[in-house]
Design a protein around this ligand. Sequence first.
Ligand SMILES: C=CC1=C(C)c2cc3[nH]c(cc4nc(cc5[nH]c(cc1n2)c(C)c5CCC(=O)O)C(CCC(=O)O)=C4C)c(C)c3C=C
Ligand SMILES: [Fe+2]
Ligand SMILES: [Fe+2]
Length: 361
Amino acid sequence: MRFNGVKDFNHSQSDKIGVLITNLGTPDEPTTPALRRYLKEFLSDPRVVEVPRPIWWFILNGIILNIRPAKSAAAYREVWTDAGSPLLTHTQDQCAALKKYFGDRYGDRVQVEFAMRYGNPSIASVLEKLQASGVRKLVVLPLYPQYSGATSASTFDAIAADFTQRRWLPDLNFISHYPDFEPYIAALADKVRQFQAEHGVPDKLIFSYHGVPKRYLLQGDPYHCECHKTSRLLAEQLGLQPDQYLTTFQSRFGREEWLKPYTDETLKSLPAKGVKSVQVFCPGFSSDCLETIEEIGQENREYFLESGGESYAYIPALNADPSHIDMMVQLLEPHLHNWLVDDERDGEQTQALAKALGASR
Ligand SMILES: C=CC1=C(C)c2cc3[nH]c(cc4nc(cc5[nH]c(cc1n2)c(C)c5CCC(=O)O)C(CCC(=O)O)=C4C)c(C)c3C=C
Ligand SMILES: [Fe+2]
Ligand SMILES: [Fe+2]
């Protein structure tokens, strides 16, 4: 068979609507072999590393996959909990909360699942599960608020690649970004306010986003602008003056120039400029993960304090906070609403047709 179909398809099964949230993905366990597997899949994605394939193949397989997995596994062990990788457990919690909300409201007409772009559960396996449960209309929400080819488009690639193998495609809505969505900004602002109500206001608030190579910006990737847009709107909601906050970029990988200013260099330089207390918040990360807990929570704390800083705090991500779930619901529900209305109209038409046919017999 050339295309994958639905075996033993039940023709009287009612159509369902699928909600799929996705995130980057994480290794299965914090070990060197699991990291090698995960990094190989992740770093082989041409959306992530835009280097000519033959050159990159040698760098990746000859150098990176021999050195990085052990180092990364040690870092992951620092953040791993009894329940697993924080990125996975937060995403599971987000999915459970959305299942509860949509289940209470729409019953089994709406099926909610999560998938990971790299690692497990894979996008292909979850799309298979959704189709088998009768999903014919699908809304996908990658939990990357700011669009980048490296993340949002890469997620779309994985869905499209699966669809090239599939006989029966669903209607598809893909939410490619939401950097200025009002409920998102409001949820971020509430998180900062709540944190500061408990811990006080610092000299400087740092909004740190995952970086990408500067080359991607120069080639038209809107990520950099969208990060600045989120920061500006968040600062407005918080009533901050321009000198009270900074936007920086973290998690550099490789030797080329990435988006600047770099979070680590900024934190090292601030104490000499009289900034003795900072709070760091990462609006682009929907869930706490290695890059926030270890890199921002631990590594960058040391840089700041060793450089003469006195007080450093990391403000956690939105994770499965009710305000974050509510924000996702507000992003998703308009899509579902249109389809639910369509379904009802279809149902009424079918009933009317059946009635008319019955009357004419
Ligand atoms: C060229 C490399 C990378 C690009 C480009 C990149 C973009 C990018 N990544 C995220 C979100 C996350 N990245 C995470 C980990 C991570 N990122 C890279 C490299 C690039 N990311 C690596 C090699 C790793 C693995 C960790 C390591 O070995 O240091 C994570 C955390 C995953 C976890 O399991 O906790 C997230 C989240 C975004 C949003 C982004 C571009 C916009
Ligand atoms: Fe990354
Ligand atoms: Fe990192």
